[in-house]
Design a protein around this ligand. Structure first.
Ligand code: 5GP
Ligand code: MN
Length: 314
């Protein structure tokens, strides 16, 4: 029996944590593991702590059980999923810190290691794929399969990014055979966009600029633009993927304004440029070809710094 499952078996109360602004892999791995533990181990107290999740993930089993408020409760085991650092837990940081035992399961290159039990595989497509490695795949329900399938689909760009391995495909296939509705999950949670999202994407593409002989593309949504479209950060999803596929582009930069002085940056690289080290230099993190960070101060100045770092790597 592996050590991680042993920790789960020995704990009466378990708290699961993902990262701020939860994405598909974060929600899928958290709810997948949550449902698996609830279904396999009777009598354990299990909680998932996450910020509000995108409504399109609400069909997943357990989505209505997610705790959005802090608590003073002390858990036997805290499990951090898909987080390169404990500050990614946001307002739930203290609950994890106070847990009697801590586990960290992740796949971010920038993860430097934390917890009593630490398992990070940067070659894994997703945290959801790592959860598949740990649990007994022959025992999981359709509901668990849908959570993990959704997580894999989102972090691989529908089984397309280079992080998709033969094993990823095998797990995805197994999850479909267990009942995960592939087309529903892909269409409804990955490709479907709102009308507002289309308009905001259009605006971001119109405003985009090329740098370094067309090898870098950049676009930014300011607060004024959000207001103009009555839109928010949810509507920015997918913009970076549209920028990324521009012919000749090696790196895509997309940013949106969080508040007066802070912008959230997303970086994507097609092949050669390591964007995770750029994100880390700004206090963020991520993967070789997909990473992000928040930066205070003048947007244009921060953009210049990012461009300079990309130029150095070229
Ligand atoms: P996205 O650009 O889609 O927000 O994130 C791309 C990848 O970078 C994800 O794996 C995400 O977890 C990571 N990432 C994004 N923003 C941050 C950040 O501020 N800090 C850290 N540590 N990782 C981030
Ligand atoms: Mn992930």
């Amino acid at each position: 029996m592996n050590k991680f499952i042993e920790l789960i078996e020995n704990a009466e109360s378990i708290a699961i944590f993902g990262h701020i602004r939860p994405d598909g892999d974060c929600v899928g791995s958290s709810l997948g593991l949550y449902n698996y533990i609830c279904e396999q181990y009777d009598g354990k107290k299990v909680s998932v702590f996450l910020e509000e999740i995108p409504t399109k993930f609400n069909f997943l089993k357990g989505a209505d059980k997610i705790m959005h408020e802090k608590t003073d409760a002390v858990y036997d085991l805290g499990i951090s999923l898909d987080c390169s650092d404990t500050d990614r837990h946001g307002i739930f940081m203290d609950i994890y810190a106070n847990a009697k035992k801590k586990a960290c399961i992740d796949h971010h290159r920038s993860n430097l290691g934390f917890g009593d039990y630490y398992y990070c595989d940067p070659d894994a497509s997703s945290t959801s794929e790592i959860v598949c490695r740990f649990i007994d795949m022959d025992k999981i329900s359709k509901e668990v399969a849908e959570c993990l399938y959704l997580g894999i689909i989102h972090d691989t760009g529908v089984l397309k990014y280079p992080c998709t391995s033969e094993t990823t495909m095998q797990y995805a296939g197994k999850l479909i055979s267990l009942g995960a509705r592939s087309q529903y999950i892909i269409d409804e949670t990955f490709y479907k966009v709102s009308y507002k999202q289309n308009l905001l994407t259009g605006r971001a593409l119109l405003d985009s600029k090329l740098y370094l002989d067309g090898k870098v593309i950049e676009s930014v949504i300011t607060r004024e633009i959000f207001e103009q479209f009555d839109a928010g950060k949810e509507e920015t999803e997918g913009i970076i993927d549209k920028l990324r596929v521009t012919e000749g582009v090696e790196v895509a930069i997309f940013a949106y304004q969080l508040n007066d002085e802070t912008f959230k940056f997303s970086l994507r690289s097609i092949e050669k440029i390591d964007v995770s080290c750029i994100a880390v230099a700004f206090g963020g993190g991520g993967h070789y070809r997909a990473s992000g960070f928040e930066a205070k101060g003048n947007y244009q100045e921060n953009l210049e710094k990012v461009l300079e770092m990309i130029k150095q790597q070229f």
